[in-house]
Design a protein around this ligand. Structure first.
Ligand SMILES: [Zn+2]
Length: 289
């Protein structure tokens, strides 16, 4: 077990909002001992980098420490073939890691950013899986763009390709989005569920701007950590409606709740244009130094 943590003194400011930068710890717990100290150092370096980049964009996590359970995989086609969240008094992350992967390849992989993004929202019911996976997938790409890991062209390309897969999958997995989400694992309807959720957050992001809300989505998510996340944790399934109402309250608007109701009963895939994806990318461009 190795505890690493570093606090960057200062604040990160974006679109008129400022919040404390990194002050969380990330704690690597190896399922079996690492083969070499170099391997352990590489994984610690990667986890620390991922937490730092994520908190710089999304703000400080409510929980002080993030335990990460590492399963070393000897052979895999990807640097991180599997990741998942376990909810509890303190939420943790489990990652299956190809320890042969270079530090560069680990930092380029999306899985850690995705799992960390999940820690910003409470545990949600299966019927709201689309909301949880949509938020983590959208924010993962936002963090990678802001951090310079992907370019804005790659952001647009990745999101557009995902939305196209989601649209194709909607022809196979019919029914309302909430009913398909409830059965996502059994149906293997991941593409429809994840990418309908990403469409929701692109639509929400642009609506917040259209209605003159002074905070972007990440500004609201950062504020939610400070006011409300603690009471929505402890492993209990939170209500998606309650989560979105709290974000709406922080925005001083009523945008997310009606959009949530409209998405839950959707039978078709949302129509998001490439232009809208380009507009969403603007929120995550690297900040000028
Ligand atoms: Zn996820």
């Amino acid at each position: 077990m190795g505890l690493i943590g570093r606090c960057i003194v200062g604040f990160t400011c974006f679109m008129g909002c400022c919040f404390p930068a990194c002050s969380n710890n990330i704690d690597a717990v190896w399922h079996s001992a690492p083969h070499t100290s170099l391997e352990s150092e590489k994984v610690n370096n990667w986890l620390h980098h991922g937490l730092e980049k994520t908190t710089l964009v999304l703000g400080k996590l409510e929980q002080p420490t993030v335990p990460v359970y590492i399963h070393a995989i000897e052979y895999a086609n990807e640097p991180v073939p599997w990741g998942e969240i376990s909810r509890g008094n303190i939420d943790s992350i489990t990652l299956h890691v190809n320890t042969k992967a270079s530090l560069w390849a680990l930092k380029e992989d999306w899985t850690l950013y995705h799992e960390l993004a999940h820690l910003y929202h409470p545990l949600l019911a299966y019927r709201d899986m689309w909301l949880a996976e949509g938020l983590a997938t959208y924010l993962q790409n936002g963090v990678m763009l802001r951090s310079g890991i992907i370019s804005s062209e790659e952001f647009v390309q990745r999101i557009s390709a995902g939305l196209a897969r989601g649209e194709r999958a909607t022809r196979t997995f019919t029914g309302t989005l909430s009913s398909v989400s409830e059965n996502m694992w059994r149906l293997k309807a991941y593409q429809r569920v994840y990418w309908s959720g990403v469409a929701f957050f692109i639509e929400a992001e642009l609506k917040l701007q259209e209605e003159g809300v002074k905070h972007s989505l990440v500004g609201l998510i950062a504020r939610y950590q400070m006011c409300c996340r603690k009471n929505a944790s402890a492993g209990k399934k939170g209500s998606a409606l309650h989560f979105l109402r709290q974000l709406d309250n922080l925005a001083g608007s009523k945008i997310l709740e009606p959009l949530y109701h409209a998405y839950g009963i959707r039978r078709n895939f949302p129509d998001i244009t490439k232009q809208q994806v380009h507009l969403a990318a603007l929120y995550y461009l690297p900040l000028k130094k």
